[in-house]
Design a binder for this molecule. Structure first.
Ligand SMILES: [Zn+2]
Length: 343
């Protein structure tokens, strides 16, 4: 079968013919991959930058791709929830199901976790994962929309980590798909949201999808605007999804004293700040989240089924897997939302 493989520690990817995976464990679920979206993190692996070269979880050669949707083709003898024909997506933080973190409900923190797309992945015609790492796609969603569920989960998990109330003001730094999905989730709960970015196309898209106030920080001073909107109190919480020094600086600049900054960005480089001036003196909390738990999945499905969240606007491009180079360039340009590859 055809698969997109990171073979060597150097820029580029290879479209190779590899052996089709076969069911080996009783809890394996094999599925035909219909679409797999390109993750921003994978553009770093594609380019082989310092972030990718220093990722201890990456084992080459590997098939890339973890934002996958497909149709079950075969199941192992112990699989109970899935059957051939089911439409599925995957939770890319593959958990053991037995450790302390898994048993306490935080399977995204599994102590023996494997990150999908680092040793095996879904830019391929077929893929296999254990039953416990798979989810059914709600009937309401097309397969294409289902490919956005991975990002939606990150957004919902980032939002659920901090308690908030209707009428609170949240600032989200970064108008990528996850930032806008977090905004939509918060709006569904009655929170007022302001999105910031430097990219005009992304700001316009964010405004169109979410109906939020957007600020182009190249043209306007977000501090003045948030001050005015909150009568000087500043934002109740900030989600930092920009992953740069200036994004983190902006987060500290816009948060109220005793507020919470939630960082979810994939930073390429270390950042620096003085915790005493930025946090201690103001009793700021800095927290972070990754992935999602099963409780997050439950909330996501209910948000989708109640029509509070529409995933369709996020699928801006679908390309055959052979055009992967074009797809990666589009994601790097930032003038897209999700680019799906079809094996
Ligand atoms: Zn575990």
């Amino acid at each position: 079968m055809k698969a997109l493989v990171k073979e060597h520690p150097e820029p580029g990817l290879s479209l190779l013919d590899i052996e089709e995976p076969q069911i080996q464990n009783a809890d394996d679920v094999k599925f035909k991959v219909e679409f797999c979206a390109i993750c921003v993190g994978e553009t770093k692996v594609y380019d082989w930058n310092e972030w990718a070269a220093n990722d201890p979880t990456l084992e080459l050669p590997t098939v890339l791709g973890h934002e996958a949707v497909g149709v079950v083709s075969e199941v192992g003898s112990d699989v109970k929830v899935f059957k051939p024909g089911d439409r599925v997506t995957v939770d890319p933080l593959i958990n053991c199901g037995h450790c302390y973190q898994c048993r306490s409900g935080h399977h995204n923190m599994c102590m023996d976790r494997e990150i999908y797309g680092k040793r095996r992945g879904a830019f391929a015609e077929y893929a296999i994962l254990p039953e416990r790492s798979m989810c059914k796609i709600p009937d309401k969603l097309s397969l294409e929309e289902g490919a956005v569920l991975e990002n939606f989960g990150i957004a919902v998990h980032a939002v659920e980590v901090e308690s908030h109330d209707p009428g609170d003001l949240a600032v989200i730094i970064g108008c990528g798909p996850i930032g806008i999905l977090a905004a939509q989730t918060l709006i569904a709960e009655g929170v007022n949201v302001v999105l910031t970015d430097l990219n005009e196309w992304r700001l316009k898209t964010a405004e169109k999808i979410s109906g939020c106030t957007v600020i182009n920080v190249k043209e306007e001073n977000p501090r003045h605007i948030i001050e005015e909107m909150t009568h000087g109190n500043m934002a109740d919480f900030v989600i930092e999804a920009g992953a740069t020094q200036s994004a983190l600086d902006q987060a500290f600049d816009l948060i109220k004293d005793r507020g919470t900054v939630i960082t979810i960005g994939t930073f390429d480089n270390p950042v620096s700040f003085n915790p005493f001036f930025k946090m201690t003196r103001r009793e700021i909390k800095l927290v972070s989240t990754i992935g999602r738990t099963w409780e997050t999945w439950r909330r996501m499905v209910q948000l989708v089924e109640s029509d509070k969240i529409k995933l369709k606007p996020y699928v801006t491009h679908i390309l055959p897997m052979e055009e992967f180079a074009k797809g990666y360039d589009m994601v790097k340009s930032q003038n897209v939302m999700k680019v799906l590859l079809k094996p």
